[in-house]
Design a protein around this ligand. Structure first.
Ligand code: AMP
Ligand code: ZN
Length: 137
């Protein structure tokens, strides 16, 4: 299904032009218009799913396999020194476009892309709480 109000549905299906690196029946891979680094790209399924929890497992598996394939090709073509694969779900996690997508972010030594977090400390209390909640489910 497509969502008529979704910009990534329109891009993925070719209704809005994009810098396309790859396309098949189910996916389009485009350059991000606000790149974190040179070559930052997005994998878009052609069907509309808001996030990781909505996309069917079979398509999700193929999306991540495609991410690995594209990362290898981009590493060779762009000569990057590392690679981040990022997939945001929900406003709290920084998702701004609510159509499932995977970020492919080539990394270069000394680039200034800020994909990091401040490490906290895993306390005994938090550890026990998480383990017991996760095991209960
Ligand atoms: P997220 O924050 O994970 O939802 O990522 C959305 C990404 O889509 C951001 O990196 C934006 O720069 C990118 N983006 C938004 N609109 C467009 C567009 N029309 N074409 C290409 N990339 C876009
Ligand atoms: Zn969509």
């Amino acid at each position: 299904m497509k969502d008529v109000n979704c910009i990534f549905c329109k891009i993925a299906n070719g209704d809005i032009p994009s810098a396309t690196l790859y396309e098949d029946d189910d996916f389009r891979v485009i350059l991000d218009l606000g790149p974190a680094t040179k070559g930052h790209a997005l994998i878009l399924p052609k069907e509309h799913f808001a996030n990781l929890f909505e996309i069917p497992e079979e398509l999700e598996t193929r999306a991540f396999a495609l991410a690995k394939k594209m990362a290898g090709k981009m590493k060779d073509a762009l000569g990057c020194d590392g690679f981040n694969i990022v997939q945001n779900n929900g406003i709290a996690a920084g998702q701004t476009v609510f159509h499932f997508h995977i970020h492919l972010i080539p990394r270069y030594d000394h680039d200034e892309a800020g994909i990091s977090w401040k490490p906290g400390t895993l306390t005994e209390e938090a550890k026990e709480e998480i383990l017991s909640k996760m095991r209960a489910n």
